[in-house]
Write a protein that binds this ligand. Structure first.
Ligand code: PXP
Length: 239
């Protein structure tokens, strides 16, 4: 069975729109844990657009399920990870101007530097996963730099329709086999929704699915009825 890691970045996005205290991603993480999630995923971005350092400190102290820190392979972030010691670090490419992580990490072109980063994180006791496209060259390079796991980018699959959908699914399946054969643990994520997740969840060797936007989006909608009723009860009660 794949384990579910819930990415709570967009709870923090909503808080940062007002620079206020709510909704608190830490509270969201605890609710995810109570609901049976096996992991919490947060991306501490260089520009701190959503998750803040304070969130990471408190998450590390309070959650009892896997804490998976998505991070760029920079000096600053390696220092944060070595201090916080999340259970897992997932190295992702990061561009300031992007809306969300676009494409996987190019491991092949930076094997030396990534090898050093992976080594430093592993020495700190952190499991290292590399977020890559399901590309055989990138998978082989990930094994060569000493990663424990790869997270295969499901964005192309999620965006595909028609014949392209089966092509992208086949690429994912082949990637999973190759990675497994190289002794890498296999995770997957990005762009998965309630509509497209089943075919990926059915791939036996995938150990972990990391899902964010669609869960937080649904939470807003399924929670709205209750939230409006609670406000109505409060204001009507005053007369
Ligand atoms: N995995 C990685 C490496 C990501 O960067 C993201 C997005 O932050 C996700 C999974 C989750 O993607 P989504 O929000 O589209 O479910």
């Amino acid at each position: 069975m794949p384990k579910l890691g819930v990415n709570i970045d967009h709870v923090a996005t909503l808080r940062q729109v007002r620079r206020t205290f709510e909704p608190d991603p830490v509270a969201a993480a605890i609710l995810c844990q109570l609901a049976g999630a096996e992991g919490i995923v947060v991306h501490l971005r260089e520009d701190r657009r959503h998750i803040q350092d304070r969130d990471l400190d408190i998450l590390k102290a309070v959650i009892r399920i896997k804490l998976n820190l998505e991070m760029a392979a920079t000096e600053e972030m390696v220092a944060v990870a070595c201090r916080i010691k999340p259970d897992q670090a997932t190295l992702v490419p990061e561009k300031r101007e992007e809306i969300t992580t676009e494409g996987g990490l190019d491991v092949l072109s930076q094997k030396d530097s990534l090898g050093k980063t992976v080594g430093r994180l592993k020495k700190a006791g952190v499991i290292v996963s590399l977020f890559i496209d399901p590309d055989p060259e990138q998978i082989r390079a990930s094994a060569q730099v000493g990663a424990d796991a790869v997270e295969l980018h499901t964005g192309e699959y999620a965006n595909a329709g028609g014949e392209k959908l089966s092509e992208e699914l086949a690429k994912l399946k082949d990637g999973v086999k190759l990675a497994k054969g190289l002794n890498l643990a296999v995770h997957a994520g990005h762009g998965l929704t309630y509509q497209n997740v089943c075919k990926v969840a059915a791939i036996k060797e995938i150990e972990e699915l990391n899902i964010g936007h669609t869960i937080i989006s649904r939470a807003v909608l399924v929670g709205l009825d209750k939230a409006v009723r609670e406000m109505q009860a409060l204001i009507k009660h005053k007369r």
